[in-house]
Design a protein around this ligand. Structure first.
Ligand code: ATP
Ligand code: MG
Length: 254
């Protein structure tokens, strides 16, 4: 392919940084505005708590965005990727996903009347750091809320797949989904689906890229996406190659 047919790495990075900057500055300005209004007495006391809660949610989202940026920088060098692998801790699934679920539970309810349900309670150990898994979950749930239908449920489930010996973790939501031919592209850095742009104008197309890379670098795990237009069900499926069952808090070697 001729050089001028493909965007250079520098083009991609400067576009991403411009996009991230915009997405970080906007909510921060919103929070400053809210705080100014409260300090200057322009917000009725009955509405103060609600405005402060909304500002806190905006700050949390911004923190997650900056975390994605930090992970992106880690993932862009060999040494950085290696450092993620060397975080040799173990993660308990679905336990380590619960904080992300709790945060989005509130947001999903307030913004779109959606509910997040954790369907399984059996706990499994996988090799890989909980912070990475938390970031993966934050990105998946952010998408499920952003692109999912109002007043529907998002489900999180975990099961062992006998045939492959994999541990499967699935996040499902109902919504307009994505085109069949976008199914692999959505994991590329900077790619946003056609449908997504009409649902929400802002976004960097980076969330799923980070999920895929963190899962590969930190867990040797794979992620795939599926959409059924018949059931309107979008599924993100993570495959952990090996796992151990947790029993009564004891780590059992498989
Ligand atoms: N739950 C979902 N339902 C439908 N489409 C989805 C869903 N999750 C992701 N997608 C599609 O995959 C694309 C890439 O997702 P990704 O999270 O990487 O980027 P984004 O959400 O557009 O932006 P960012 O996460 O950087 O804010 C989205 O633009 C959308 O087209
Ligand atoms: Mg996203």
């Amino acid at each position: 392919m001729a050089i001028n047919e493909s965007r250079s790495e520098i083009d991609i990075y400067s576009e991403l940084i411009a996009n991230f900057t915009h997405q970080i500055i906007n909510p921060l300005n919103g929070v400053v505005g809210t705080l100014d209004n409260i300090v200057e007495g322009h917000v009725a006391s009955a509405k103060r708590d609600q405005r402060l809660r909304a500002a806190a949610a905006q700050l949390i989202n911004t923190i997650e965005l900056v975390r994605n940026l930090a992970f992106l920088s880690n993932l862009s060098t060999k040494a950085g990727r290696q450092s993620l692998r060397e975080l040799s801790k173990k993660s308990l699934i679905p336990r380590e996903t619960i904080d992300a679920i709790a945060f989005f539970q509130e947001l999903a309810k307030q913004e779109k009347g959606m509910e997040i349900q954790l369907l399984d309670s059996t706990q499994y150990w996988v090799k890989g750091h909980p912070d990475l898994l938390r970031q993966v979950f934050t990105n998946l749930l952010d998408n499920a809320v952003k692109y999912g239908d109002k007043n529907t449920a998002i489900t999180v489930s975990v099961h062992e797949q006998k045939k492959t010996g994999n541990l499967i973790l699935e996040v499902k939501n109902l919504g307009p989904g994505f085109d069949f031919n976008e199914r692999a592209k959505i994991f590329e850095r900077g790619f946003r689906g056609i449908g997504a742009r009409s649902v929400k104008a802002s976004g960097s197309g980076i969330g799923l890229f980070i999920c895929k890379e963190l899962l590969e670098a930190g867990f040797d795990a794979k992620i795939e996406a599926e959409y059924s237009s018949q059931s309107r069900e979008t599924t993100f499926r993570i495959r952990f190659p090996s796992f151990n069952l947790e029993e009564k808090g004891i780590y059992v070697e498989g």
